[in-house]
Design a binder for this molecule. Sequence first.
Ligand code: G4P
Length: 528
Amino acid sequence: MSEVSAQAQRRRTFAIISHPDAGKTTLTEKLLLFGGAIQMAGSVKGRKAARHATSDWMKLEQERGISVTSSVMQFPYRDHVVNLLDTPGHADFGEDTYRVLTAVDSALMVIDVAKGVEERTIKLMEVCRLRDTPIMTFINKLDREGKEPIELLDEVESVLGIQCAPLTWPIGMGKRLKGVVHLLSGEVHLYEPGRNFTRQDSTIFPSIDSPGLEERIGAQALADLRDELELVQGASHPFDLERYLAGELTPVFFGSAVNNFGVQLLLDFFVKHAPSPGPRETTGREVAPTEDKLTGFVFKIQANMDPQHRDRVAFMRVCSGRFQAGMKAFHVRSGKDMKLANALTFMASDREIAESAWPGDVIGIHNHGTISIGDTFTEGEKLAFTGIPNFAPELFRRARLRDPLKLKQLQKGLAQLSEEGATQFFKPLLGNDLILGAVGVLQFDVVAYRLKAEYGVDAIFEQVSVATARWIHCDDEKKLEEFRDRNAANLAIDGAGELVYLAPTRVNLQLAQERAPGVEFRATREHA
Ligand code: G4P
């Protein structure tokens, strides 16, 4: 086996999807503990405290500093190298979250046992669906009272439309929580609160028939468990690797992240069965991870880490071959070679200079605005990875300046901040408005704050009558021309120079579509 195949097969690159407060941060911390990447509980929570203070904009600066180190966390586990990609922490749901999910090979869904399937999880699952991303599920907070496990599986199946294969099964919950049974090995892992804080080293019985178990958990709990297991076996789906990999079935684990209970069972199963990097589509052909030559795409940009220098870090997911420190790579969009100097890797314990990176890994490339989201790097071949979309924003505002002389800076600031991908920037064909679109309302505050801090521009964002946007596509030049003339009042150019229809209402959009057969109105734009 070539080194690149061997390295690719060891990689597990994933993200955690969950509703806020379900326990993503806590679980991340436990995973890092197992990976030996951190020594002490509490180090990840500290970062979150800074993140939470979204009303304090000074903290935002801090957050950006912190989130570069925590946006990708790499740690070794057993024979594997795990890359955990963080989905952005701000309270709003942004499309930058969507794009992180294009860069992973699988996802881990965390559900609060008391709350069940929540709204953010539903949205994130929809995104995973677009690529049939394989999903594992962790039902968290078993140390508290919650919904019946069977009821929860039912909820996941009916609300999220994915079948559940429980891999562990809880013995009681809340104050009555005694442990979990591993449904494949039959082992019983006891819950011993207070003992599981650093590593999982609880008492294990080989099966539910083991002598001594009844004494530990009580006759009633054991009898209930036997009944429940019978029921579960009849009512749930067995684990099926292929169906998991196809995104049709999710293995489910139960536990308590904060007590580090049930987490190692999950992690062991995860590194064993979660997919290593697979082939990826490009405009030209499918790229296999095992190819010798480096390819990768940029899924995230973080700008102005140091406002004095306008530097940016572009996060590139390696899709094939090997990245080596200092190598030159071909930047397909500009058609130029670029030296990837001082690229960063993301060992969770440290942010360090990358010596090499393999398929599934992420490297951070410093640049001054030449690299955009969606860009592909190769060793010379002209191809572009597909499937890294911009989504139509759902909220729109008109930018207005307090000092009209700063128009140039405003334009530049809006354009550059939009390159990071959290907001989109539109210039209507008629008039001089500058319109900003976002998926979440907090983004406007962030942009206003950063315009001031980084570009010295005092701008306010006003309501504008735009309800939604669609990217216009039409192969017939003449038809497109006609459409453009007739609809100029509703058309704009986005940051990438593409034509966009800004609809004041949904009804207007529908009418415009009906009146223009042959013209496509797309809800997403692929990065070219
Ligand atoms: P998030 O990143 O998904 O938003 O969630 P986070 O891990 O921050 O967890 C949200 C809250 O739930 C935290 O409490 C955390 O301690 C708690 N939590 C996480 N896992 C478990 C669990 O297994 N059992 C119980 N009972 N609670 C859990 P908090 O009060 O917001 O923070 P803290 O003061 O406890 O740190």
